[in-house]
Design a protein around this ligand. Structure first.
Ligand code: CO
Length: 138
């Protein structure tokens, strides 16, 4: 069902400062940036390494465009830190459909457009031991 960890989403207050930290400390370079107005988030994708399926693993830095966005509310409640873990899969629709009926709740059905032209859905964190899990097909 899943072929890799696609990315780890990290919520931060200051996107530029956080980009500098990960670049200067670990050498990760920004390979893509975008703003998702619907979700109220600025994103920066930092490539970490290639993976066996010919794709890659990233850090996804997230800062809110407005305080009442999902990431804005996350920061207010919990502060900076890991926001979600995304698994890459060949077919997100199929992966979501193949979850057992008694499995975790799927938040977006059908999946939505996501970073770098991908499509993604999320699984409810209460059903995944406190982790917001993203399923992504790039
Ligand atoms: Co993500």
């Amino acid at each position: 069902m899943f072929t890799r960890v696609d990315h780890v989403g990290i919520a931060c207050h200051d996107l530029e400062e956080t980009i500098r930290f990960y670049r200067d400390s670990f050498g990760f370079e920004v390979c893509h940036r975008e703003t998702n107005e619907e979700q109220g988030v600025h994103e920066a994708m930092l490539r970490v390494n290639g993976t066996d399926d010919g794709r890659a693993t990233y850090l996804q830095l997230l800062s809110p465009t407005r305080p009442d966005s999902p990431v804005g509310r996350f920061l207010a409640a919990r502060g900076e830190g890991v926001h979600h873990v995304a698994f890459g899969c060949p077919d997100v629709d199929r992966a979501a459909a193949e979850l057992p009926a008694a499995g975790p709740r799927v938040l977006f059905d059908p999946p939505r457009p996501a970073s770098m032209g991908s499509r993604a859905t999320f699984l409810h964190p209460k059903d995944c031991h406190g982790v917001l899990v993203e399923l992504v097909t790039s």
